[in-house]
Every structure is written in C-alpha cells, then in structure tokens.
Design a binder for this molecule. Structure first.
Ligand SMILES: Cc1ncc(C[n+]2csc(CCOP(=O)(O)OP(=O)(O)O)c2C)c(N)n1
Ligand code: SF4
Ligand SMILES: [Mg+2]
Length: 246
C-alpha cells in the first residue's frame, strides 16, 4: 500500500495533470476507495494519490480489481488504464470485466500512443499517424473504445476530456457511484508524442444526458466533432451480487 505522494514526473503540459485533479475532487466524496493502475505514464497516478493503491502488470487492472471487489464488496474500486495497456496488451480483460458487469470503475487515459516507451502506435492511434513504429503512417483504423464497451456489456459508458477538469470530475463521480461496470474514456493529450490539445479544444462539445443503446453507438462514431459526457447508463445485476448472493 502506498500512502505517500511521490514527486510528479509527467512532462509539463501532459493531460494526466487534469485527470489527477479531476479525480482528487471526485474521490474526496467517497470513503473507502482502492485504486490500481497499469503500466505506462498513466500508471504513475497511483503514486500521486494518498490512497491504498497498487501498480499491476501491463493490461491486468480489470481482473485485479475484480478480485478486490469480490473480497470486499464495500470498497469503491477504481482502475486507471492506458490505451496501450487496456486496448493492446490486456484488451480481453477489459472486455470480460464489462461483460461480467463487475462493479468496478475504469478510467482510460486515451492519448493514442504508447507514451512511456516514447511514442509507438496503439489501438487508438489514428490512421496515418506517424510514429516511431510507423514512420510511413499508421496503416490501421483506430478502435472505438466507447462502442467496444457498449457492445461488451458495460452498464455505464462515458467520455471526458483532460482539458475540462470540472466536467470530467463530475463524470468520474457519477461513474464511481454507478453500481456495475463503469467505463470512462478520457481524451488525454500527450505533449511529447501526440499533442492533441488544440484539436480537442476545438472539437469537443458536451452532451446533456445519457441516451438509448443504439443512439449511444451511433454517437460514438461521430468524428466531425467530439461528444463528451455520459453516453449510456443502465441497471443490471452486478457480478458480485450474483456470485456472493448480495
Ligand atoms: C508485458 C509488457 N509488454 C510491454 C511492456 C513495455 N511497456 C511499458 S509502458 C508501455 C506503454 C504503455 O502505453 P499506454 O498504456 O498507452 O500508457 P501511456 O504511457 O501512454 O500512459 C509498454 C509497451 C511491459 N512493461 N510489459
Ligand atoms: S510522455 Fe506523454 S503521456 Fe507521458 S508524461 Fe509525457 S506528455 Fe504525458
Ligand atoms: Mg497511451
């Protein structure tokens, strides 16, 4: 367990600072929180919070949190994952946690790049993106994390932006309060390897309320502008309610 904040080593201007601030505000409203994070720049967030926390191996945040929730269902269980961490290395774990409707919250720091290893493409890098691993441009289309989580069975699906801290904090609070699997994609500029600040600040707009499943899927494919907010929310028995007869 880690109860001492470490000096922050993120690059100045990194979107992770906004995520940290938004989470600190949201988390202050909960009593018993446990946190885990994956491997990457995002994963350092565990070291910057005064909360029980644990860094786990690449892509394995969801099963680790599932075990914690089963052992002690009273806890609010939160995971921070990267796009490479959760959509390349450990995508199967994310899908199955959503499918089980485990009562955990996953915050995806989506910077569209492997940041810590200094800039290779991930599953969410845009087509044509020039990086160390794709000097001629990424030949693949990006995954759509919102649509993926919707079809996998997540019962709370949202998107926030690291540049809109208040808005993001409210979404984080709602996600942690939700009973069942909650997923928040967070648009996170990486100033060193994929600087999206300008583009996001121009394109994001807030949606006012969750919608039905089909509309949420459709909206997740909008590209001319980028919607942020709660896309979808529904009630369903959670994994631990079934397993532990709660
Ligand atoms: C099994 C395994 N494969 C590869 C690595 C090397 N590695 C460490 S961090 C990292 C990139 C993580 O990228 P992402 O999850 O997007 O996080 P970011 O740094 O962008 O926040 C990789 C590939 C590792 N530590 N373990
Ligand atoms: S490399 Fe990118 S994601 Fe990592 S700390 Fe620097 S700006 Fe942030
Ligand atoms: Mg990344």
């Amino acid at each position: 367990m880690n109860f001492k904040k470490k000096p922050i080593t993120w690059c100045p201007g990194c979107g992770n600072f906004g995520i940290l601030r938004a989470f600190e505000k949201a988390a202050s409203k909960f009593k018993k929180i446990v946190v885990s994070s994956g491997i990457g720049c995002h994963g350092k967030i565990s070291d910057y919070l005064i909360l029980p926390s644990c860094h786990v191996i690449h892509g394995r945040v969801p099963p680790f949190l599932t075990g914690i929730k089963l052992a002690n269902p009273e806890l609010t269980v939160v995971g921070f994952v990267g796009d490479g961490d959760a959509l390349n290395e450990g995508i199967e774990h994310l899908i199955h946690a959503a499918k089980r409707n485990t009562d955990i919250t996953i915050f995806l720091h989506n910077n569209g790049v492997f940041g810590l290893t200094t800039g290779q493409v991930t599953a969410t890098s845009p087509k044509g993106f020039k990086s160390k691993s794709t000097p001629k441009g990424n030949p693949e289309e990006p995954l759509n994390p919102i649509a993926l989580m919707l079809v996998s069975g997540a019962t709370f699906v949202a998107r926030g932006y690291a540049g809109k801290v208040e808005h993001l904090s409210k979404i984080m609070y709602e996600a942690m309060k939700h009973k069942g699997f909650s997923f928040v994609e967070i648009l996170q500029p990486c100033v060193s390897f994929n600087n999206t600040w300008k583009a996001y600040s121009k394109l994001v707009y807030e949606i006012d309320k969750p919608m039905d499943f089909e509309s949420a899927i459709k909206l997740s494919y909008e590209t001319s502008r980028i919607p942020i907010g709660i896309f979808y929310k529904t009630k369903k028995e959670s994994f631990e309610e079934i397993m532990l007869n709660l």
